[in-house]
Design a protein around this ligand. Structure first.
Ligand SMILES: [Zn+2]
Length: 101
Protein backbone atom coordinates (compact mmCIF):
# COMPACT_ATOMS: atom_id res chain seq x y z
CA UNK A 1 0.00 0.00 0.00
CA UNK A 2 2.80 2.34 0.78
CA UNK A 3 4.46 1.71 -2.59
CA UNK A 4 1.29 2.72 -4.41
CA UNK A 5 1.20 5.97 -2.47
CA UNK A 6 4.82 6.66 -3.36
CA UNK A 7 4.07 5.89 -7.01
CA UNK A 8 1.19 8.38 -7.07
CA UNK A 9 3.35 11.05 -5.46
CA UNK A 10 6.08 10.39 -7.97
CA UNK A 11 3.70 10.69 -10.93
CA UNK A 12 2.26 13.91 -9.59
CA UNK A 13 5.72 15.33 -9.01
CA UNK A 14 6.77 14.37 -12.54
CA UNK A 15 3.68 16.04 -14.00
CA UNK A 16 4.32 19.19 -11.99
CA UNK A 17 7.93 19.19 -13.10
CA UNK A 18 6.99 18.94 -16.79
CA UNK A 19 4.40 21.69 -16.42
CA UNK A 20 6.89 23.96 -14.66
CA UNK A 21 9.54 23.37 -17.29
CA UNK A 22 7.10 24.13 -20.09
CA UNK A 23 5.91 27.31 -18.39
CA UNK A 24 9.46 28.51 -17.81
CA UNK A 25 10.52 28.09 -21.42
CA UNK A 26 8.64 30.20 -23.97
CA UNK A 27 9.77 27.93 -26.76
CA UNK A 28 8.36 24.54 -25.87
CA UNK A 29 10.54 21.58 -26.80
CA UNK A 30 7.53 19.95 -28.46
CA UNK A 31 7.23 22.85 -30.92
CA UNK A 32 10.93 22.66 -31.69
CA UNK A 33 10.66 18.97 -32.50
CA UNK A 34 7.77 19.59 -34.87
CA UNK A 35 9.64 22.18 -36.94
CA UNK A 36 12.63 21.41 -39.08
CA UNK A 37 16.06 21.62 -37.50
CA UNK A 38 17.49 23.63 -40.39
CA UNK A 39 15.18 26.62 -39.89
CA UNK A 40 14.69 27.54 -36.23
CA UNK A 41 13.79 31.23 -36.80
CA UNK A 42 11.50 30.49 -39.71
CA UNK A 43 8.31 29.95 -37.74
CA UNK A 44 5.42 32.23 -36.88
CA UNK A 45 7.29 33.93 -34.02
CA UNK A 46 8.91 36.43 -36.38
CA UNK A 47 5.70 37.52 -38.06
CA UNK A 48 4.21 38.59 -34.71
CA UNK A 49 6.67 41.47 -34.48
CA UNK A 50 5.70 42.86 -37.86
CA UNK A 51 4.44 46.41 -37.60
CA UNK A 52 1.14 47.45 -39.11
CA UNK A 53 1.49 49.19 -42.50
CA UNK A 54 0.62 52.56 -41.03
CA UNK A 55 4.00 54.20 -41.64
CA UNK A 56 3.14 54.66 -45.30
CA UNK A 57 0.64 57.29 -44.28
CA UNK A 58 1.93 60.87 -44.69
CA UNK A 59 2.54 62.85 -41.52
CA UNK A 60 1.21 66.37 -41.25
CA UNK A 61 2.18 69.11 -38.84
CA UNK A 62 -0.29 70.95 -36.66
CA UNK A 63 -0.19 74.66 -37.51
CA UNK A 64 -0.90 75.63 -33.87
CA UNK A 65 1.24 73.41 -31.66
CA UNK A 66 3.53 71.81 -34.25
CA UNK A 67 2.67 68.25 -33.33
CA UNK A 68 3.08 65.74 -36.14
CA UNK A 69 0.10 63.46 -36.66
CA UNK A 70 -1.04 61.00 -39.32
CA UNK A 71 -3.03 62.65 -42.03
CA UNK A 72 -6.11 60.54 -41.30
CA UNK A 73 -6.07 61.52 -37.62
CA UNK A 74 -5.55 65.21 -38.26
CA UNK A 75 -8.13 67.89 -38.91
CA UNK A 76 -7.81 69.77 -42.14
CA UNK A 77 -8.92 73.35 -42.48
CA UNK A 78 -8.10 74.94 -45.80
CA UNK A 79 -4.43 74.35 -46.55
CA UNK A 80 -3.47 73.77 -42.90
CA UNK A 81 -3.56 70.58 -40.82
CA UNK A 82 -4.26 70.44 -37.11
CA UNK A 83 -3.93 67.80 -34.43
CA UNK A 84 -7.46 68.44 -33.20
CA UNK A 85 -10.59 70.37 -34.07
CA UNK A 86 -9.90 72.69 -31.14
CA UNK A 87 -6.62 73.81 -32.66
CA UNK A 88 -8.27 74.24 -36.04
CA UNK A 89 -10.84 76.58 -34.51
CA UNK A 90 -8.15 78.43 -32.57
CA UNK A 91 -6.06 78.90 -35.70
CA UNK A 92 -9.09 80.07 -37.68
CA UNK A 93 -10.00 82.60 -34.98
CA UNK A 94 -6.40 83.83 -34.74
CA UNK A 95 -5.95 84.06 -38.51
CA UNK A 96 -9.25 85.84 -38.90
CA UNK A 97 -8.25 88.46 -36.34
CA UNK A 98 -4.85 89.03 -37.94
CA UNK A 99 -6.17 89.28 -41.44
CA UNK A 100 -8.08 92.39 -40.49
CA UNK A 101 -4.87 94.31 -39.90
ZN1 LIG B 1 -2.19 71.13 -32.26
Amino acid sequence: MRQIFLLVVFVLAARWLVKTMRAGQPQAPAAGRRGARSGPAHGTAGSAQREPPRLAEPMVRCAVCGVHAPQSDSVRSGAQYFCSAEHAQRYAARAGGREGR
